[in-house]
Design a protein around this ligand. Structure first.
Ligand SMILES: [Zn+2]
Ligand SMILES: [Zn+2]
Length: 87
């Protein structure tokens, strides 16, 4: 699903800057998110694709459903900054 579509479903008419709350129907999470991207990552990881692999970079909110996709992303996008723990 396209992230923008997800946002339209989950956060209708949300035009202020936060904090954001997850509106997913069965969400057990009662906390708030300071940024839309963080909320979106929560939605993807917890509701759309549980068991996903989140990118560990602090300013990156991508998540992947397969570890090799995350590894490829990490190599392509974060190759300057990320720690490499290949052995
Ligand atoms: Zn939620
Ligand atoms: Zn990343």
């Amino acid at each position: 699903m396209d992230p923008d579509e997800i946002m339209q479903l989950i956060v209708p008419r949300l035009n202020h800057s936060g904090p954001f709350k997850c509106q997913w129907k069965d969400c057990q999470y009662s906390g708030h998110f300071s940024r839309k991207a963080v909320l979106l990552r929560h939605i993807e990881a917890m509701h759309i694709n549980p068991g996903a692999y989140d990118c560990p970079e602090p300013n990156c909110f991508r998540s992947f459903n397969r570890k090799d996709n995350l590894m490829a992303h990490s190599r392509n996008v974060h190759r300057d900054g990320g720690q490499v723990s290949a052995s």
